[in-house]
Design a protein around this ligand. Structure first.
Ligand SMILES: *Cc1c(COP(=O)(O)O)cnc(C)c1O
Length: 363
């Protein structure tokens, strides 16, 4: 391949080219030390300064209020599926979950291990205009749940809940693994926001948890210490050795995002990228998207071919044209274009050109 392909992988996903070049340049000589950022102590002053700057950049980007702690955790997105119930609900608690898709389902099943009652308040519904999420008025919320959990961007299904649920005083918890930093967000509406890093932030295995102060100090007694929000908050996310390389690389991505104009600018770009794809898919009889227009993800755009016997050929020819990672999740089939922050408009345009040509040849 003469030039780099456009990588539409759902995760681990592409990182900004500029960041990768910088990381490569610094790989064996970080901060003029003559050694790699991976080979120094996390207690080293230079590392601590870098770690603090990364946190501050994230705080700036998301306008995180002072009464929230930013934790750099282990175990990716799914690590938080158990961390949340263990940290902010007692074993006798009832917790509310909205079932928006596959990741919600995994989160629910994990929570069932740690609390007495997981109440599923609502789920997706199939409508004549496509798959949607049941309306808030219909949700069967419990009277005093320890928290309300939802996934605003279901990565596999391409379903998004664009309005933040109004759950009153109940702490709202969101799995933002695939949409964190994708557009402006009012963090003050949430009790906990968490995200595995490998979609919009950095390397996999790393996770960010943004936790409101008043939810600390509630962990169940048998919570694993490295997953304990209170311990990690007290120790600056360095109770044990953090993933130093992931922290560093995430910090470079935060700096890059600031240079792009922050979440306002990237959000406009993300909506423009997604709209272009959906508009083309909607006017075509050859491609379709199964999601109701009001519930479509701006990060993950699934699409089906009218004749799924052409799927293999589509993927093969796309790859030959430098468009990789387009295969849909194994649970749902079809195609999926993941267009996270790092995907430039040029990648979307190249995909659209290919889709038009393929339709012309086969449609
Ligand atoms: C990818 C993803 C996860 C799982 O992340 P891991 O780091 O693999 O555990 C969880 N939730 C959502 C919404 C995701 O997109």
């Amino acid at each position: 391949m003469s030039s780099a392909p456009f990588n539409f992988s759902a995760g681990p996903a592409m990182l900004p080219a500029e960041v990768m070049v910088q990381a490569q340049e610094e790989f064996r000589n970080w901060n003029h030390s003559g050694i790699s950022v991976m080979e120094i102590s996390h207690r080293d002053r230079a590392f601590m300064d870098m770690a603090a700057a990364a946190e501050q950049d994230l705080r700036d980007l998301m306008s995180i209020p002072d009464n929230y702690r930013v934790l750099f955790m282990h175990g990716g997105g799914r690590g938080q599926f158990s961390a949340v119930p263990q940290n902010i609900a007692g074993p006798d608690a009832t917790v509310d979950y909205l079932h928006c898709g596959i990741w919600s389902d995994f989160a629910i099943r994990e929570a069932q291990k740690y609390v007495a009652q997981v109440n599923v308040v609502g789920a997706t519904v199939d409508t004549p205009q496509g798959r949607a999420i049941s309306a808030p008025e219909t949700w069967q919320r419990s009277s005093a749940p320890a928290y309300f959990h939802y996934c605003p961007n279901e990565t596999v299904d391409g379903i998004a809940l664009h309005d933040i649920p109004d759950v009153g005083d109940v702490p709202l918890v969101a799995d933002m693994s695939s949409n964190i930093l994708s557009e402006p967000l009012d963090v003050s509406r949430f009790g906990v926001i968490y995200a595995g890093a490998q979609k919009n932030i950095g390397p996999s295995g790393f996770a960010i948890a943004i936790v409101r102060d008043d939810l600390l100090g509630r962990a169940q007694g048998n919570t694993s210490t490295i997953m304990d929000y209170t311990v990690q908050a007290k120790d600056g996310s360095m109770y044990n050795t953090p993933n130093t390389f992931a922290w560093y690389l995430s910090g470079l991505v935060f700096q890059w995002l600031k240079r792009q104009g922050g979440v306002e600018a990237i959000g406009r770009m993300n909506h423009a990228k997604a709209n272009k794809l959906y508009e083309y898919i909607d006017q075509s009889d050859f491609y379709s998207n199964p999601v109701h227009p009001n519930y479509r993800s701006i990060m993950n755009v699934p699409f089906l071919l009218a004749d799924n016997r052409l799927d293999g050929e589509f993927l093969q020819q796309a790859a030959a044209a430098g468009l990789v990672g387009l295969k849909g999740h194994r649970f749902v089939g079809g195609m999926r274009a993941s267009i996270y922050n790092a995907m430039p408009m040029a990648g979307v345009d190249a995909l659209l050109d290919f889709m038009r040509d393929f339709e012309k040849a086969k449609g």
